[in-house]
Design a protein around this ligand. Structure first.
Ligand code: 8YV
Length: 321
């Protein structure tokens, strides 16, 4: 029997990450990259010291309570941890970690892609070319909204929000933001702070959502708050679908209250509200914010650094519980 710690890896991870896991641990891989049911998760965790899950595994209080006693750690391959019930883990003495920082650049890139794609009607243009319906040039054909010089509201000025602000300055955008805590003047770099979400919204030609999904942010962007945005605003979401009330956003996109939306995250992924797909003024991506080769390797290595520390009896860098 190997004296290496047993690690249950719930999804297929990048090759370099799995190689390190295979070298240092007795790793249980998921070769087919199947999304396991809760029952399967609990069964496959039998005898393991740790689990490396992704956001696709919903480690609710009920699942955590039923995990085998051998589990000492849950080292998530994600920065977001809304899929893990931290209180339930704490109650069982299970250490939980995430992978902050390493995916901020990649996610801000996708946020900018969503912003540009929504503003310049990228979906409609792509569709015309692929369906061979692009007829001719015209001076009034497929007019979008210019990004340069517009006001960008950042909802949640954490790591990703701050990088998004930096990138947007490259487009001469005026940055407004709401965050639970005001940033220091050097980090703010001239961005205009608003003391509440409601105070921020009227200043947003573009609103980019970067706050985590928590009970407080659930459906934060609802009909009442969308009404506070200027007419013709554009909404971008690369954080979590749960921050948005789909019915309200779809209604605002249909009515013309909003010009467009660029979305990389949704409620109930991958079975998203089908109405998004029917709207021409949506630019939709399948939760690929962190999907670059560099970032996915870095996320895996960060999760393993945390795991190594825990297994060695030390304190992991990114402890959540
Ligand atoms: C990941 C993310 O792809 O890390 C996160 O919180 O949303 C994504 O970028 C996914 O969660 C990996 O588990």
């Amino acid at each position: 029997m190997s004296d290496k710690a047993v690690v249950f890896v719930t999804r297929k991870l990048p090759q370099a990450v799995e190689a390190r896991l295979a070298r240092d641990y007795d790793a249980r891989f998921n070769k087919e990259d199947k999304v396991y049911t809760n029952e399967e998760l609990i069964d496959l965790a039998a005898g393991a010291d740790a689990i490396i899950p992704c956001h696709t595994e919903k480690l609710t209080a009920e699942v955590i309570q039923r995990l085998p006693d051998s589990i000492r750690a849950i080292c998530s391959f994600s920065v977001g941890y809304d899929h893990i019930d931290l209180d339930a883990a704490k109650a069982r003495g299970i250490i939980v970690t995430n992978t902050p920082e390493v995916l901020s650049d990649a996610t801000a890139e996708i946020a900018m892609l969503c912003l540009l794609g929504a503003a310049r009607r990228a979906y409609e243009g792509e569709r015309e070319i692929r369906t061979e319906t692009w007829a001719d040039w015209s001076a009034t054909y497929q007019l979008g909204i210019q990004v340069t010089g517009k006001r960008l509201g950042i909802l949640g000025a954490g790591r990703v929000g701050q990088i998004m602000a930096k990138r947007a300055r490259g487009f001469d955008m005026e940055i407004h933001y709401y965050n639970r805590n005001r940033l220091s003047a050097d980090v703010e770099a001239g961005a205009i702070y608003h003391e509440s979400v409601e105070a921020l919204l009227p200043h947003c030609d573009f609103l980019s959502i970067h706050c985590p999904a928590t009970p407080e942010t659930h459906h934060l962007i609802n009909a009442e708050r969308i009404a506070l945005l200027p007419d013709g605003a554009i909404v971008v979401n690369t954080a979590r679908g749960a921050v948005v009330d789909d019915a309200a956003l779809i209604e605002a996109l249909r009515s013309g209250k909003l010009f467009a939306a660029g979305l990389d995250v949704f409620n109930n992924e991958p079975n998203i509200d089908p109405r998004y797909k029917e709207l021409p003024n949506t630019f939709l991506l399948p939760h690929i914010g962190s999907a670059t080769r560099e970032t996915r390797d870095a996320m895996g290595f960060r999760a393993l650094d945390n795991l190594d520390a825990i297994i060695a009896g030390g304190e992991p860098r990114d402890r959540l519980a």
